[in-house]
Write a protein of this length. Structure first.
Length: 139
């Protein structure tokens, strides 16, 4: 798990450098550039929440149970949103027209279902839970 932490720190550094360079060199007036910047932001936030969640799991005492559950839930939410953002980015690259609302909703249905499962996880413990030994995967 410590190796994972090192990779997360390195990945976060690379993402921040790419985001900073991209923000300073590109004009943010077209849809492709805006969508790429949003995708970079979501990926950076995903790596940041994974870093925080890993630190909570490895180093926080057992009394930080709410912090562990909250950080892990937010991390899972970013993991659920990331494929949808990537799909939207690919759609903006492939077509020059604006994506219709119906298409956006159809692509978002699996993500909405997954977000519902993630948000109900603290009550159902289907994805993950914490016990006296620490982090445990669900059934």
């Amino acid at each position: 798990m410590t190796t994972n932490l090192h990779y997360l720190i390195a990945g976060m550094a690379v993402l921040l450098v790419v985001l900073w360079q991209y923000s300073h060199q590109r004009q943010m007036d077209d849809r492709n550039s805006l969508m790429f910047r949003r995708l970079l932001t979501v990926v950076s936030l995903d790596v940041l929440t994974e870093l925080v969640s890993t630190c909570f799991i490895l180093y926080a005492p057992y009394s930080f149970g709410v912090g562990r559950m909250l950080s892990n839930t937010v991390f899972y939410l970013f993991q659920a949103i990331l494929p949808l953002m990537l799909l939207y980015y690919v759609c903006t690259l492939c077509s020059s027209r604006v994506i219709s609302t119906g298409t956006v909703l159809r692509m978002g249905i699996p993500t909405i279902a997954l977000v519902f499962i993630i948000l109900t996880n603290p009550f159902t413990e289907k994805l993950f839970y914490f016990d006296s030994t620490g982090y445990c995967y669900g059934p």
